[in-house]
Design a protein around this ligand. Structure first.
Ligand SMILES: [Fe+2]
Ligand SMILES: [Fe+2]
Length: 179
């Protein structure tokens, strides 16, 4: 793949930080690079604009945790617009989860929807392959520490456990007996 189409985005902090985020149990950056590669090669086959499709691909799951399976395309499309990408990039991103989200309305949208499905399968095979060497679980553990979503989840779980213990103690001893 000629990465000239996305060189500026690859050095953008919003894309760089995805190296520390988890997606399909692999670094989100790996997933988005796979989608970018597949989009790059699929675009001319489907008569789509290669640059638009590749740029949409490298941004398509940014901030995906803020939405659901159906809505995160719209969130990433908004981020792309805020980064100054043309409307065609956002239009491709918004429908990348099809058929779970809206139907693609452009050729680039179809390229991205297909490339994302293939990459999701490749993420899985790469993860399973790495289970035999221990690499997948090692990377996953690292991502649980660096991904703010998982860090927050651990904190929430700890807080729930603490509250549960407090309730049990209060239930046993009774509030009135406490000093
Ligand atoms: Fe997605
Ligand atoms: Fe994706």
């Amino acid at each position: 793949m000629d990465s000239n189409h996305i060189a500026d985005l690859l050095s953008h902090p919003r894309v760089i930080e995805t190296r520390e985020h988890m997606h399909h149990s692999v670094p989100k950056h790996d997933h988005m690079m796979r989608v970018a590669r597949y989009s790059y090669y699929l675009a001319p086959i489907l008569g789509a604009d290669r640059r638009t499709a590749t740029r949409a691909a490298i941004l398509h799951d940014i901030d995906s945790r803020l939405g659901t399976l159906r809505t995160h395309g719209a969130i990433a499309a908004q981020v792309a617009a805020e980064l100054g990408e043309p409307e065609m990039v956002s239009r491709a991103i918004v429908s990348h989860m099809y058929p779970l989200g809206p139907r693609p309305t452009t050729r680039e949208g179809w390229v991205l929807a297909v490339a994302d499905k293939i990459a999701s399968f490749t993420d899985l095979t790469s993860f399973v392959g790495g289970l035999f060497t221990g690499r997948s679980l090692k990377v996953r553990r690292q991502l649980c520490v660096t991904d703010p979503f998982y860090v927050a989840r651990v904190t929430r779980r700890r807080r729930r456990r603490l509250i549960g213990r407090l309730w049990k103690t209060i239930g046993r001893e009774g509030l009135s007996e406490r000093p």
